[in-house]
Design a binder for this molecule. Structure first.
Ligand code: ADP
Length: 276
């Protein structure tokens, strides 16, 4: 009888625990659902704006056959720019979703930070080749230790931060990029620009999805408002930190992130755990 009661109590305890877990799970699912609805609403709004512009342009082109060639060109360019914006938005949104849901397979490679920086600089230069860019200077010393990360994603972070620095700095300004060793077996990479700067109370907000200082309707600089959210997810994956510093408006900005140093003696997971 004692055994039977003990078994019953055991079963009841296990059930109670799984009910508690179920409640937790339910709460988590509800939170996830709320996030998803918010995202769908925001994305819908963000996509509708360029879509409406494209529609207005195409309707004018269709209904006004006598439109001047100059105005026709303006309409076409506007529609094309907004189509490009929609494409970038969808691409960034899908990238962020993949990163957040853990559906990305990460490589763990020993990488030269200098080579990654040079690759990111040339990516940005060729992507923005039509624009006159500020001077970009790489001040990273040659003899730094290798880092441990996924090379493609590391170059993506560097390129996005450089891209922003170029967008928010006029062509007379300067962008410097440098890496240095930090305690705890890591490197810190810093991208400094002499551009528009960020208000001190916005230094965290800039990493939120869809945050853009100009607001949704005045995106003179282009972009999707998802770049820094993507960078944060990537850096989080290798156990690093990313943050912004600025003295305020027109004082330039600095973006920093940390990355683990490659440790030959350790397996991938151990290396990440040690870094954490
Ligand atoms: P996007 O650049 O596509 O707008 P991001 O997520 O990369 O989106 O950046 C969010 C916002 O943070 C930008 O719209 C801008 O307001 C601000 N920001 C990012 N980088 C810089 C920078 N280097 N200088 C000034 N402001 C910046």
């Amino acid at each position: 009888l004692v055994d039977a009661i003990a078994t019953q109590v055991g079963v009841a305890l296990i059930q109670a625990e799984s009910y508690a877990n179920l409640e937790d799970l339910n709460e988590q699912l509800e939170a996830l659902d709320r996030t998803r609805s918010n995202l769908v609403a925001i994305t819908g709004h963000e996509l509708r704006t360029p879509l409406s512009t494209i529609q207005v342009c195409l309707e004018s082109l269709a209904s006004e056959p006598d439109m001047s060639p100059e105005l026709r060109q303006v309409m076409l360019n506007t529609a094309l720019a907004d189509a490009e914006r929609m494409r970038n938005l969808i691409q960034d949104f899908l990238t962020l979703s993949r990163l957040e849901s853990g559906r990305v397979e990460w490589n763990s490679e020993a990488l030269s930070i200098n080579e990654c920086i040079e690759l990111a600089i040339s990516n940005v230069r060729s992507r923005l080749s039509q624009k006159k860019l500020p001077q970009i200077v790489n001040l990273t010393p040659a003899e730094l230790p290798l880092v441990q990360a996924d090379g493609e994603w590391l170059v993506e972070v560097l390129a996005k931060l450089l891209d922003n620095a170029c967008k928010f700095t006029n062509s007379e300004g300067q962008i410097t990029i440098a890496a240095k060793p930090k305690v705890g077996n890591k490197l810190e990479v810093t991208i400094t620009d002499t551009g528009r700067g960020i208000e001190p109370n916005r230094l965290e907000t800039v990493f939120e999805r869809f945050y853009q200082e100009e607001g949704a309707l005045r995106r003179s600089a282009g972009g999707t408002g998802l770049g820094l959210a993507i960078c944060r997810q990537i850096v989080k994956n290798w156990g690093g930190k990313i943050w912004a510093e600025s003295e305020g408006r027109d004082q330039g900005s600095q973006f920093h992130f940390t990355i683990p140093v490659f440790n030959e003696g350790l397996g991938d997971n151990q290396a990440t755990a040690e870094f954490n």
